[in-house]
Design a protein around this ligand. Structure first.
Ligand code: SAM
Length: 331
Protein backbone atom coordinates (compact mmCIF):
# COMPACT_ATOMS: atom_id res chain seq x y z
CA UNK A 1 0.00 0.00 0.00
CA UNK A 2 2.13 2.86 -1.18
CA UNK A 3 -0.24 5.40 -2.71
CA UNK A 4 -1.85 7.96 -0.50
CA UNK A 5 -5.59 7.94 -0.99
CA UNK A 6 -7.44 10.76 0.63
CA UNK A 7 -10.62 9.69 2.32
CA UNK A 8 -13.26 11.68 0.52
CA UNK A 9 -16.78 10.38 0.84
CA UNK A 10 -19.54 10.29 -1.77
CA UNK A 11 -20.53 13.81 -0.81
CA UNK A 12 -17.00 15.13 -1.14
CA UNK A 13 -16.43 15.51 2.58
CA UNK A 14 -12.82 14.95 3.50
CA UNK A 15 -12.66 12.50 6.37
CA UNK A 16 -9.50 13.26 8.34
CA UNK A 17 -10.64 12.71 11.94
CA UNK A 18 -10.78 9.32 13.68
CA UNK A 19 -12.30 8.99 17.16
CA UNK A 20 -11.39 5.77 18.89
CA UNK A 21 -13.19 4.21 21.84
CA UNK A 22 -10.55 2.03 23.50
CA UNK A 23 -12.82 0.47 26.13
CA UNK A 24 -16.49 0.24 27.01
CA UNK A 25 -15.67 0.27 30.74
CA UNK A 26 -16.14 3.38 32.80
CA UNK A 27 -15.68 4.47 36.40
CA UNK A 28 -18.80 6.67 36.19
CA UNK A 29 -22.24 5.52 35.10
CA UNK A 30 -23.80 8.69 33.71
CA UNK A 31 -27.53 8.42 33.34
CA UNK A 32 -27.56 9.95 29.83
CA UNK A 33 -24.69 7.79 28.56
CA UNK A 34 -25.59 4.49 30.20
CA UNK A 35 -29.28 5.03 31.04
CA UNK A 36 -29.98 1.47 32.09
CA UNK A 37 -26.82 1.14 34.18
CA UNK A 38 -25.60 -1.72 32.02
CA UNK A 39 -22.44 -3.55 32.86
CA UNK A 40 -19.94 -3.27 30.00
CA UNK A 41 -19.80 -6.62 28.32
CA UNK A 42 -16.75 -6.69 26.12
CA UNK A 43 -14.16 -9.28 27.07
CA UNK A 44 -10.44 -8.78 26.78
CA UNK A 45 -10.57 -10.50 23.36
CA UNK A 46 -13.60 -8.45 22.42
CA UNK A 47 -11.66 -5.20 22.34
CA UNK A 48 -8.83 -4.40 19.99
CA UNK A 49 -5.34 -4.74 21.46
CA UNK A 50 -3.08 -1.69 21.37
CA UNK A 51 -1.01 -3.36 18.64
CA UNK A 52 -4.15 -3.85 16.55
CA UNK A 53 -5.23 -0.28 17.17
CA UNK A 54 -1.83 1.07 16.15
CA UNK A 55 -1.92 -0.93 12.95
CA UNK A 56 -5.38 0.44 12.14
CA UNK A 57 -4.22 3.97 12.92
CA UNK A 58 -1.16 3.63 10.66
CA UNK A 59 -3.34 2.50 7.77
CA UNK A 60 -5.79 5.32 8.49
CA UNK A 61 -2.99 7.89 8.49
CA UNK A 62 -1.78 6.67 5.11
CA UNK A 63 -5.30 7.26 3.86
CA UNK A 64 -5.36 10.85 5.09
CA UNK A 65 -6.46 10.70 8.75
CA UNK A 66 -4.43 13.33 10.63
CA UNK A 67 -6.47 13.90 13.76
CA UNK A 68 -7.13 11.28 16.47
CA UNK A 69 -9.24 11.43 19.61
CA UNK A 70 -9.05 8.70 22.24
CA UNK A 71 -12.26 8.15 24.15
CA UNK A 72 -14.34 5.35 25.70
CA UNK A 73 -15.92 4.27 28.08
CA UNK A 74 -13.33 5.94 30.19
CA UNK A 75 -10.02 5.72 28.32
CA UNK A 76 -7.94 6.23 31.46
CA UNK A 77 -9.23 3.00 33.06
CA UNK A 78 -7.56 0.89 30.39
CA UNK A 79 -4.15 -0.43 31.45
CA UNK A 80 -1.24 0.79 29.37
CA UNK A 81 -3.09 3.79 27.95
CA UNK A 82 -0.28 6.30 28.58
CA UNK A 83 2.25 4.33 26.58
CA UNK A 84 -0.35 3.84 23.86
CA UNK A 85 -0.95 7.60 23.68
CA UNK A 86 2.78 8.18 23.31
CA UNK A 87 2.95 5.70 20.45
CA UNK A 88 0.11 7.44 18.62
CA UNK A 89 1.69 10.86 19.06
CA UNK A 90 4.89 9.47 17.50
CA UNK A 91 3.19 8.29 14.30
CA UNK A 92 4.34 10.41 11.40
CA UNK A 93 1.49 12.22 9.69
CA UNK A 94 -0.62 12.70 12.81
CA UNK A 95 -1.06 16.37 13.55
CA UNK A 96 -3.33 16.25 16.56
CA UNK A 97 -4.01 13.70 19.30
CA UNK A 98 -6.55 14.52 21.99
CA UNK A 99 -8.35 12.76 24.79
CA UNK A 100 -11.89 12.79 26.15
CA UNK A 101 -12.08 11.82 29.80
CA UNK A 102 -14.43 12.11 32.73
CA UNK A 103 -11.52 13.44 34.79
CA UNK A 104 -11.76 10.93 37.65
CA UNK A 105 -8.19 9.67 37.11
CA UNK A 106 -6.74 12.93 35.82
CA UNK A 107 -5.10 14.27 38.92
CA UNK A 108 -2.84 11.26 39.49
CA UNK A 109 -2.00 10.82 35.83
CA UNK A 110 -1.81 14.28 34.32
CA UNK A 111 2.01 14.16 34.12
CA UNK A 112 1.88 10.86 32.22
CA UNK A 113 -0.66 12.33 29.83
CA UNK A 114 1.55 15.34 29.25
CA UNK A 115 4.67 13.23 28.89
CA UNK A 116 2.86 11.19 26.25
CA UNK A 117 2.64 14.39 24.20
CA UNK A 118 -1.05 15.21 24.71
CA UNK A 119 -1.56 18.96 24.71
CA UNK A 120 -5.29 19.30 25.04
CA UNK A 121 -8.11 17.37 26.63
CA UNK A 122 -11.88 17.41 26.90
CA UNK A 123 -13.37 16.67 30.29
CA UNK A 124 -17.04 15.85 30.83
CA UNK A 125 -18.50 17.92 33.62
CA UNK A 126 -22.27 18.13 33.88
CA UNK A 127 -22.61 19.64 37.35
CA UNK A 128 -20.68 21.77 39.83
CA UNK A 129 -22.70 20.52 42.74
CA UNK A 130 -21.44 17.42 44.54
CA UNK A 131 -24.88 15.92 45.13
CA UNK A 132 -26.16 16.67 41.67
CA UNK A 133 -22.95 15.32 40.14
CA UNK A 134 -23.57 12.10 42.03
CA UNK A 135 -27.16 11.93 40.80
CA UNK A 136 -26.07 12.28 37.18
CA UNK A 137 -22.96 10.10 37.29
CA UNK A 138 -24.10 7.64 39.99
CA UNK A 139 -20.75 8.24 41.74
CA UNK A 140 -19.76 10.69 44.47
CA UNK A 141 -16.60 11.87 42.73
CA UNK A 142 -17.10 15.55 41.98
CA UNK A 143 -14.12 16.78 44.06
CA UNK A 144 -11.79 14.28 42.45
CA UNK A 145 -12.86 15.42 38.97
CA UNK A 146 -12.54 19.09 39.83
CA UNK A 147 -9.04 18.54 41.25
CA UNK A 148 -8.18 16.68 38.06
CA UNK A 149 -9.31 19.64 35.95
CA UNK A 150 -7.30 22.03 38.15
CA UNK A 151 -4.20 19.88 37.81
CA UNK A 152 -4.58 19.72 34.01
CA UNK A 153 -4.70 23.49 34.07
CA UNK A 154 -1.63 23.87 36.25
CA UNK A 155 0.24 21.49 33.96
CA UNK A 156 -0.51 23.88 31.11
CA UNK A 157 -2.88 21.79 29.00
CA UNK A 158 -4.60 24.19 26.67
CA UNK A 159 -7.39 24.47 25.85
CA UNK A 160 -9.29 22.42 28.42
CA UNK A 161 -12.75 21.86 27.01
CA UNK A 162 -15.51 21.06 29.47
CA UNK A 163 -18.34 19.04 27.94
CA UNK A 164 -21.74 19.63 29.50
CA UNK A 165 -24.65 17.52 28.26
CA UNK A 166 -27.73 19.72 28.70
CA UNK A 167 -30.60 17.84 30.33
CA UNK A 168 -33.83 19.36 31.55
CA UNK A 169 -34.51 18.52 35.16
CA UNK A 170 -30.96 17.31 35.74
CA UNK A 171 -28.55 20.19 35.26
CA UNK A 172 -30.47 23.05 33.62
CA UNK A 173 -30.63 24.88 36.95
CA UNK A 174 -26.82 24.96 36.89
CA UNK A 175 -26.27 26.32 33.37
CA UNK A 176 -25.55 29.84 34.58
CA UNK A 177 -23.08 28.73 37.27
CA UNK A 178 -21.30 26.52 34.77
CA UNK A 179 -21.16 29.31 32.15
CA UNK A 180 -19.84 31.77 34.75
CA UNK A 181 -16.74 29.62 35.14
CA UNK A 182 -15.58 31.24 31.90
CA UNK A 183 -14.96 34.52 33.78
CA UNK A 184 -12.49 32.89 36.17
CA UNK A 185 -10.97 30.12 34.09
CA UNK A 186 -9.76 29.92 30.49
CA UNK A 187 -11.92 26.84 29.90
CA UNK A 188 -13.92 26.25 26.73
CA UNK A 189 -17.29 25.25 28.12
CA UNK A 190 -19.40 23.43 25.57
CA UNK A 191 -23.09 22.78 26.02
CA UNK A 192 -24.02 19.63 24.13
CA UNK A 193 -27.56 18.79 23.07
CA UNK A 194 -28.71 15.52 24.60
CA UNK A 195 -28.85 12.85 21.90
CA UNK A 196 -31.14 9.82 21.77
CA UNK A 197 -28.43 7.16 21.81
CA UNK A 198 -28.73 3.76 23.47
CA UNK A 199 -31.95 4.56 25.27
CA UNK A 200 -35.19 3.07 24.02
CA UNK A 201 -37.00 5.03 26.73
CA UNK A 202 -35.39 8.34 25.72
CA UNK A 203 -37.60 11.16 26.87
CA UNK A 204 -37.61 14.08 24.49
CA UNK A 205 -38.94 16.44 27.13
CA UNK A 206 -35.53 16.19 28.83
CA UNK A 207 -33.84 17.65 25.81
CA UNK A 208 -32.92 21.34 25.90
CA UNK A 209 -31.83 22.71 22.56
CA UNK A 210 -29.25 25.44 22.01
CA UNK A 211 -31.66 28.37 21.51
CA UNK A 212 -33.16 27.70 24.94
CA UNK A 213 -29.76 27.23 26.60
CA UNK A 214 -28.64 30.56 25.16
CA UNK A 215 -31.78 32.25 26.49
CA UNK A 216 -31.02 30.90 29.94
CA UNK A 217 -27.56 32.44 29.81
CA UNK A 218 -28.83 35.90 28.85
CA UNK A 219 -28.72 37.25 32.39
CA UNK A 220 -24.99 36.73 32.53
CA UNK A 221 -24.24 39.01 29.60
CA UNK A 222 -24.14 39.18 25.85
CA UNK A 223 -22.55 36.26 24.07
CA UNK A 224 -20.12 37.54 21.46
CA UNK A 225 -19.52 35.23 18.52
CA UNK A 226 -15.97 34.04 17.88
CA UNK A 227 -15.34 32.93 14.30
CA UNK A 228 -14.59 29.23 13.94
CA UNK A 229 -11.14 28.30 12.65
CA UNK A 230 -10.75 25.76 9.90
CA UNK A 231 -9.83 22.88 12.24
CA UNK A 232 -12.43 23.68 14.89
CA UNK A 233 -14.99 21.03 15.68
CA UNK A 234 -18.73 21.51 15.34
CA UNK A 235 -19.09 23.80 18.38
CA UNK A 236 -20.18 27.37 17.59
CA UNK A 237 -17.93 29.51 19.71
CA UNK A 238 -18.83 32.54 21.87
CA UNK A 239 -17.40 34.58 24.71
CA UNK A 240 -18.97 36.81 27.35
CA UNK A 241 -17.50 40.30 27.38
CA UNK A 242 -14.68 40.33 29.91
CA UNK A 243 -14.45 36.52 30.16
CA UNK A 244 -11.19 34.64 29.74
CA UNK A 245 -12.84 31.39 28.72
CA UNK A 246 -15.30 30.53 25.98
CA UNK A 247 -18.79 29.16 25.67
CA UNK A 248 -19.61 26.77 22.83
CA UNK A 249 -22.73 25.03 21.66
CA UNK A 250 -22.81 21.64 19.97
CA UNK A 251 -26.20 21.55 18.37
CA UNK A 252 -26.39 18.12 16.79
CA UNK A 253 -30.20 18.19 16.89
CA UNK A 254 -31.20 21.81 16.34
CA UNK A 255 -28.50 22.74 13.82
CA UNK A 256 -27.10 19.78 11.94
CA UNK A 257 -23.45 20.02 10.98
CA UNK A 258 -23.43 16.87 8.85
CA UNK A 259 -22.53 18.78 5.66
CA UNK A 260 -19.00 19.30 6.93
CA UNK A 261 -18.65 16.29 9.20
CA UNK A 262 -15.08 14.99 8.87
CA UNK A 263 -15.42 12.17 11.42
CA UNK A 264 -15.17 8.45 11.52
CA UNK A 265 -15.46 6.44 14.73
CA UNK A 266 -13.88 3.17 15.77
CA UNK A 267 -15.98 1.47 18.42
CA UNK A 268 -14.59 -0.42 21.39
CA UNK A 269 -15.65 -3.69 19.74
CA UNK A 270 -13.68 -2.95 16.58
CA UNK A 271 -16.23 -1.56 14.12
CA UNK A 272 -15.98 1.57 12.02
CA UNK A 273 -18.96 3.83 12.38
CA UNK A 274 -19.24 6.68 9.93
CA UNK A 275 -22.08 8.54 11.65
CA UNK A 276 -22.67 8.70 15.40
CA UNK A 277 -26.40 8.87 14.85
CA UNK A 278 -26.73 5.96 12.45
CA UNK A 279 -26.33 2.32 13.51
CA UNK A 280 -24.58 1.27 10.31
CA UNK A 281 -21.15 -0.10 11.14
CA UNK A 282 -18.37 -1.89 9.29
CA UNK A 283 -16.47 -4.64 11.07
CA UNK A 284 -12.71 -4.14 10.99
CA UNK A 285 -11.72 -6.48 13.83
CA UNK A 286 -12.80 -9.59 11.87
CA UNK A 287 -10.70 -8.86 8.75
CA UNK A 288 -7.79 -7.72 10.92
CA UNK A 289 -7.76 -10.95 12.91
CA UNK A 290 -8.15 -13.12 9.84
CA UNK A 291 -4.76 -11.92 8.65
CA UNK A 292 -5.71 -9.38 6.00
CA UNK A 293 -3.17 -7.08 4.37
CA UNK A 294 -2.92 -3.34 4.93
CA UNK A 295 -4.48 -2.83 1.51
CA UNK A 296 -7.47 -4.91 2.55
CA UNK A 297 -7.73 -2.91 5.76
CA UNK A 298 -7.70 0.26 3.68
CA UNK A 299 -10.59 -1.18 1.68
CA UNK A 300 -12.54 -1.67 4.90
CA UNK A 301 -12.04 2.02 5.60
CA UNK A 302 -13.21 2.95 2.09
CA UNK A 303 -16.31 0.84 2.55
CA UNK A 304 -17.11 2.46 5.91
CA UNK A 305 -16.70 5.88 4.36
CA UNK A 306 -18.90 4.83 1.45
CA UNK A 307 -21.66 4.12 3.97
CA UNK A 308 -21.42 7.57 5.56
CA UNK A 309 -24.88 9.07 5.12
CA UNK A 310 -25.42 12.61 3.82
CA UNK A 311 -26.80 13.45 7.22
CA UNK A 312 -28.75 12.11 10.14
CA UNK A 313 -32.51 12.50 10.46
CA UNK A 314 -32.94 13.39 14.09
CA UNK A 315 -34.66 16.69 14.63
CA UNK A 316 -36.51 18.21 17.53
CA UNK A 317 -39.73 16.73 16.12
CA UNK A 318 -38.45 13.37 14.88
CA UNK A 319 -36.49 10.90 16.90
CA UNK A 320 -34.88 7.83 15.41
CA UNK A 321 -33.24 6.57 18.58
CA UNK A 322 -29.89 5.01 17.95
CA UNK A 323 -29.34 1.52 19.37
CA UNK A 324 -25.56 1.66 19.82
CA UNK A 325 -24.32 2.41 23.31
CA UNK A 326 -22.57 5.75 23.73
CA UNK A 327 -20.02 4.23 26.11
CA UNK A 328 -18.98 1.76 23.41
CA UNK A 329 -19.15 4.14 20.44
CA UNK A 330 -17.24 6.84 22.25
CA UNK A 331 -19.44 9.92 21.87
N1 SAM B 1 -15.60 8.78 29.69
C1 SAM B 1 -15.28 9.90 28.87
C2 SAM B 1 -16.09 11.11 29.27
O1 SAM B 1 -16.92 10.99 30.15
O2 SAM B 1 -15.86 12.15 28.69
C3 SAM B 1 -15.40 9.64 27.37
C4 SAM B 1 -16.59 8.90 26.87
S1 SAM B 1 -18.09 9.81 26.83
C5 SAM B 1 -19.15 8.63 26.05
C6 SAM B 1 -17.80 10.98 25.56
C7 SAM B 1 -18.77 12.12 25.48
O3 SAM B 1 -20.05 11.66 25.11
C8 SAM B 1 -18.93 12.87 26.77
O4 SAM B 1 -18.59 14.22 26.60
C9 SAM B 1 -20.40 12.71 27.09
O5 SAM B 1 -20.86 13.80 27.75
C10 SAM B 1 -21.01 12.50 25.73
N2 SAM B 1 -22.33 11.83 25.73
C11 SAM B 1 -22.61 10.61 26.22
N3 SAM B 1 -23.92 10.32 26.07
C12 SAM B 1 -24.49 11.39 25.45
C13 SAM B 1 -25.81 11.69 25.00
N4 SAM B 1 -26.84 10.83 25.15
N5 SAM B 1 -26.01 12.88 24.38
C14 SAM B 1 -24.99 13.75 24.21
N6 SAM B 1 -23.72 13.51 24.59
C15 SAM B 1 -23.47 12.35 25.22
Amino acid sequence: MSNLTLLNDRFNRNINYLRISITDRCNLQCTYCNPHNLVPKLTHEGILSYEELLRIIRVAVRLGISKIRITGGEPLVRKGVYHFLKEIVAIEGIKDVSLTTNGVLLKDNIRKIKQAGIKRINVSLDSLNRRNFEKITRRDLFSQVWEGIESARSEGLEPIKLNVVAIRGQNDHEFQDIARLSFDYPFHIRFIEYMPVGDATFNKSHQILTPEIKKRLRNIGKLIRIPNLINDGPARRYRFKGAIGEIGFISAISRHFCHDCNRLRLTASGALRACLLSDRQTDIKGPLRSGCSDLELARVFMHAIYLKPTGHHITKDHDHPVNGKMFAIGG
